[in-house]
Design a protein around this ligand. Structure first.
Ligand SMILES: Nc1nc2c(c(=O)[nH]1)N[C@H]1C(S)=C(S)[C@@H](COP(=O)(O)OP(=O)(O)OC[C@H]3O[C@@H](n4cnc5c(=O)[nH]c(N)nc54)[C@H](O)[C@@H]3O)O[C@H]1N2
Ligand SMILES: Nc1nc2c(c(=O)[nH]1)N[C@H]1C(S)=C(S)[C@@H](COP(=O)(O)OP(=O)(O)OC[C@H]3O[C@@H](n4cnc5c(=O)[nH]c(N)nc54)[C@H](O)[C@@H]3O)O[C@H]1N2
Ligand code: SF4
Ligand SMILES: [Mo]
Length: 919
């Protein structure tokens, strides 16, 4: 990097970092004589940004990211037609003209053949990684994708199914929470179950939790090893892996069976939950025969009435004699009851939870019963039922307790139970979506994305409207429209823009290799063209050694590439875009979004070229415009931009019109100038219009937003709606209906997943599923006595910045980054000392690293940070770091009903000679 002792010009360029889902965060780039030299906080945002204008350590790596000597700096074409880990791709540099010709010729021929192939699957597929963050860097590419038509987003990279997956799906279902957080600024007591927020929550979470600690809140960290979050919590509960549902069921037992209804938030349960709905002898709601509406017991009139009867006073608990009711099962099968006993959903819950005592849970979770009981009591006491708070003139309940779940707790088997239990724990004390309590952050499956309160509409049975994939005979999608089959298999994921990427993406990979015998659907094909950007499934998914062989089969892969990583090693074309500090884009900020981005403002922020692009890398908006032009889609592309596909706001709306002439090609600055004007006009309701030049100087524009928008419950109250808690009558029915459809088509390979659809979840042996998977694969579980888990690294955003030397340097000072964390006593019993080279072996393979001995980890548990074991990514390939992903299977048995799985695997460990591991 050139440096000068007497700089001629020093500039501070405002921008944003959104490299991980905890963003966006604000920063300034210090530019000395045209060279980016430092990342600094942007204190101009001090009063509006929850982290007061600061970024995390990862953003400080962006300078090196820009000047990384290993960057791909001009388009490259593959010359070796053979693809494989041991095949050098033989990339040769080509001009942008040639590269764009190649890709547009391919796309044009695909268009001529038809957008979908004979199996009904899109011929073009695309994979974007890391929780949607690539969208914050891809300029106007979304407008090109919209202009194109059907694209298959089926091939995932671990985001989605290995991410906080069940939370995404059930969270939005129950309370419009794509991710879920505590209302940290008001919280007094947080039970954090495997949520590693001090490492994963970015500066907003870290700032908020630090402030909360100063205020005296208590956080209890429940997790098998002492993460950095555990280390700065008041208490660490080292739970046995994958037993969290049992722990949470026992908490519920203490509340409903030992403490009892009188101690809970009776008004909330009565008015905002389905607790009073009467359940009949067949386990379905008793319904009014005429209207089909669920019945509840009206204490005022002493009879069963439809749930929405004016003036009714519902009984929360009890058993009642009901005459002339009906129930409605799957496929509209109706049953008539002359007389039936109706049991309130709440009473059903109490009876169901009786067996789940802390003593019962203690033996499963390896947590003393007294600890579980105490935590439940502390939770209840801190909920301060009855207390209120005034926020912006509204008096709202104050319930300063929350339960949060990390990604390995809310994906895969057991995650449904955890998400249910978490939401129920909040419901029981009235803390769901009320100040101090458990809050959803944003919505992705529902709309609109930037205000989840507006997504609340009245639906059936007194609940919010939901948009399931149909399971009825007439509308069920028997022929998949995408390779991960989300519409066919997963009703709750719906079918909006984000649904497909949140489908069971591992199935798309697995079914390329082999389909079940009773598959009975068109055979999955490979897409003609696959686009990838900011994703590296060859490292981030499971069973990565095998996965890479599937990646090698794709006939034409176009990678927007930063370096030559393990996935684009198999690409046909590398298109290097100008990255973080070199390109132009505007995104929305503020409101409530992901992790702990709860703001009291909303607005837009600009990312701008602080420095000239390195080499012949190009702005993504320029690349997108060229693709649109060369594929004859310019008009559709411009129209998509005009509709707002590029970011900030539609370019034309009531009161303003900055729309682009759809027939013409527009420059990068011209496009974003229009977005700048439209966004500021829209946010200020026409009072202020700012152009690109203004934004280049000021960086962002925001308007105040009431904090009451953080809380969903007042919106439900206004609309007279209830949360679908505690009894999942609808999920039960949908599961049965899905089973009917699959079985009519003689498909039984999803039967185990169907078992997850339950009205009240039962504990089943969740960890035992991992043992069973080993048996099914022909192994012996006792040969793999330890659990291996993953945990996030503060310094790395998944594998995205693994090639940045500064991150490596910082990370080396943080425990665990040099190898495999293991309990010192376990190590001693195996003859392993700190720093020894060890082999961690599962039934599918081995990974190698140095032992990092610690007391803060269960004796039966090993932990590997992040996702490494790179073999192509420059720099990272020399780390010698192990990876869970190399040895965790991609497996149908370990896939839950939502289609997700966990980053966890049973292993054996032994000391090896260092030479043995050279591979
Ligand atoms: N063992 C383990 N596995 C995991 C996880 C874990 O914690 N442990 N986490 C899981 C989760 S939650 C997720 S969301 C997924 C995420 O996994 P992925 O979706 O695969 O995301 P990344 O690993 O961030 O992808 C990074 C790739 O993007 C490239 N890249 C970085 N910056 C740029 C850029 O500016 N331009 C271009 N063109 N490319 C760039 C990097 O070189 C890298 O190859 O991983 C999952 N896998
Ligand atoms: N610095 C940084 N921040 C990030 C990311 C990143 O890569 N780096 N990625 C972002 C993304 S995509 C996501 S999805 C989020 C994820 O955010 P988190 O869910 O907070 O991430 P993890 O660190 O993977 O947390 C998982 C924790 O669960 C624990 N765990 C594993 N198995 C079990 C179990 O069976 N029971 C219990 N109780 N605990 C268990 C592990 O010990 C681990 O510490 O982070 C986001 N933020
Ligand atoms: S948490 Fe760090 S890496 Fe993630 S967006 Fe914020 S500054 Fe960037
Ligand atoms: Mo994620």
């Amino acid at each position: 990097m050139p440096t000068t002792t007497n700089p001629q010009s020093v500039r501070k360029v405002p921008s944003y970092c959104y490299n991980c889902v905890a963003g966006p965060d604000f920063m300034n780039v210090k530019v000395v004589d045209g060279v980016a030299t430092e990342i600094e906080p942007n204190f101009a945002a001090e009063d509006i940004h929850p982290a007061r204008g600061r970024v995390c350590v990862k953003a400080y790596g962006l300078v090196q990211k820009t000047y990384n000597p290993h960057r791909v700096l001009q388009p490259m074409k593959r010359t070796n037609p053979k693809k494989g880990r041991n095949e050098d791709p033989g990339f040769v540099p080509i001009s942008w003209d040639e590269a764009l010709d190649l890709v547009s010729a391919k796309l044009t021929s695909v268009r001529a053949k038809g957008l979908v192939d004979d199996s009904g699957l899109p011929r073009v597929a695309a994979t974007f990684g890391h929780g949607g963050t690539p969208g914050m860097y891809m300029g106007s590419l979304p407008a090109f994708l919209a202009a194109w038509g059907p694209i298959d987003y089926s091939f995932g990279s671990g985001q989605g199914v290995k991410c906080v997956h069940s939370e995404h799906l059930y969270g939005e279902f129950w309370h419009r929470g794509f991710t879920v957080a505590a209302d940290t600024p008001l919280a007094r007591y947080v039970i954090s179950i495997g949520s590693n927020v001090e490492a994963s929550g970015g500066p907003c979470a870290v700032t908020r939790h630090a402030d909360a600690r100063v205020r005296g809140y208590k956080r209890v960290q429940v997790e098998p090893h002492l993460s950095v979050t555990g280390a700065c919590s008041a208490e660490w509960v080292p739970i046995r892996p994958k037993t969290d549902p049992a722990f949470m069921f026992a908490l519920i037992h203490v509340l409903v069976c030992e403490q009892g209804l009188d101690k809970l938030d009776v008004a909330f349960l009565r008015d905002r939950s389905s607790s009073p709905y009467l359940v009949g002898p067949d386990g379905l709601y008793l319904r009014d025969a005429a209207s089909g509406k669920p019945l509840l017991w009206d204490e005022r009139s002493g009879r069963a009435v439809p749930f929405d009867t004016e003036g009714a006073v519902p009984a929360v608990a009890g058993r009642f004699r009901v005459e002339g009711a009906i129930s409605i099962d799957a496929d509209d099968a109706r049953q008539q009851f002359d007389v039936a006993e109706g049991v309130t959903a709440y009473t059903k819950l109490v009876e169901h939870m009786e067996k789940y005592t802390p003593e019962w849970a203690a033996s499963i979770c390896d947590v003393p019963a007294a600890t579980i009981r105490r935590i439940a009591q502390e939770y209840l006491e801190n909920a301060s039922i009855g207390e209120t708070i005034e926020i912006d003139g509204q008096t709202l309940p104050l319930r300063p307790v929350a339960v949060t779940l990390g990604k390995s707790v809310n994906n895969g088997w057991g995650a449904f139970e955890c998400c249910w239990a978490r939401t129920l724990l909040a419901t029981l004390v009235g803390a769901l979506e009320n100040p101090g309590g458990t809050l959803g952050t944003t919505v992705r499956l529902n709309r609109p994305h930037d205000n989840r309160l507006l997504s609340v509409k009245a639906g059936e049975d007194g609940f919010m409207a939901q948009y399931f994939n149909p399971t009825d005979k007439e509308h069920w999608v028997a022929k998949p429209t995408g390779r991960n089959i989300h519409r066919t298999l997963v009703p709750i994921v719906g079918n909006t823009a984000w649904s497909q990427a949140l489908g069971p993406t591992q199935l798309a990979w697995m079914f390329q290799r082999e389909v079940p015998e009773d598959w009975n659907m068109p055979m999955p094909t490979l897409p003609d063209v696959w686009f990838i950007y900011r994703t590296n499934p060859a490292i981030s998914f499971w069973d990565t050694r095998t996965l890479v062989e599937e990646i090698a089969k794709f006939p034409f892969t176009v990678s927007f590439a930063y370096t030559l990583d393990e996935t684009n090693w198999m690409a046909d074309l590398l298109l290097p875009e100008a990255t973080d500090l070199e390109s132009l884009q505007m995104i929305k900020v503020g409101g409530t979004k992901f992790v702990e981005q709860f703001w009291e403002h909303r607005g837009v922020v600009l990312r701008q070229p602080a420095v000239e692009p390195q080499g012949d890398t190009r702005d993504f908006t320029w690349i997108s415009t060229q693709l649109a032009k060369r594929t004859g889609l310019l008009e559709q592309y411009n129209n998509a931009l005009n509709r707002g596909a590029g970011g900030g706001a539609p370019l034309k709306a009531d009161g303003y019109d900055y729309s682009l002439d759809a027939s013409k090609e527009h420059g990068v600055e011209e496009i974003w100038d229009a977005v700048c004007r439209a966004s500021s006009a829209s946010l200020s309701e026409g009072r202020e219009v700012h152009d690109l030049e203004w934004f280049k100087e000021h960086g962002f524009y925001t308007v105040p937003m009431s904090k009451t928008e953080w809380y969903l419950s007042p919106t439900l109250a206004q609309q007279g709606l209830r949360y679908e808690m505690p009894y999942q009558e609808r999920l039960l029915r949908i599961g049965r209906e899905l089973g009917n459809r699959l079985h009519e088509h003689e498909m039984h390979w999803w039967d185990e997943q169907l078992s997850e659809y339950a009205a009240l979840p039962e504990w089943h042996d969740v960890p035992g599923r991992w043992a069973q998977q080993i048996r099914n694969a022909g192994g012996k579980p006792e040969d793999f006595p330890l659990w291996l888990l993953a945990t996030k690294s503060m310094q790395y955003h998944t594998g995205g910045n693994a090639s940045i030397a500064l991150m490596r340097e910082v990370a080396q000072n943080v425990r665990g980054h040099t190898g495999v964390i293991m309990n010192a006593k376990t190590a001693k019993s195996l003859g392993i000392s700190d720093g020894d080279r060890i082999e961690v072996r599962s039934h599918i393979g081995a990974t190698y690293g140095d032992a990092v001995l610690a007391q803060g980890v269960r004796p039966d548990t090993l932990v590997i940070l992040g996702q490494f074991d790179h073999w192509a990514t420059p720099l990272a390939k020399d780390f010698g770091m192990p990876s869970l992903n190399t040895i965790a299977p991609m497996s149908m048995e370990l896939t839950d009903a939502t289609g997700s799985g966990s980053d966890i695997v049973r292993v054996a460990v032994r000391k090896v000679a260092r030479e043995e591991t050279a591979q």
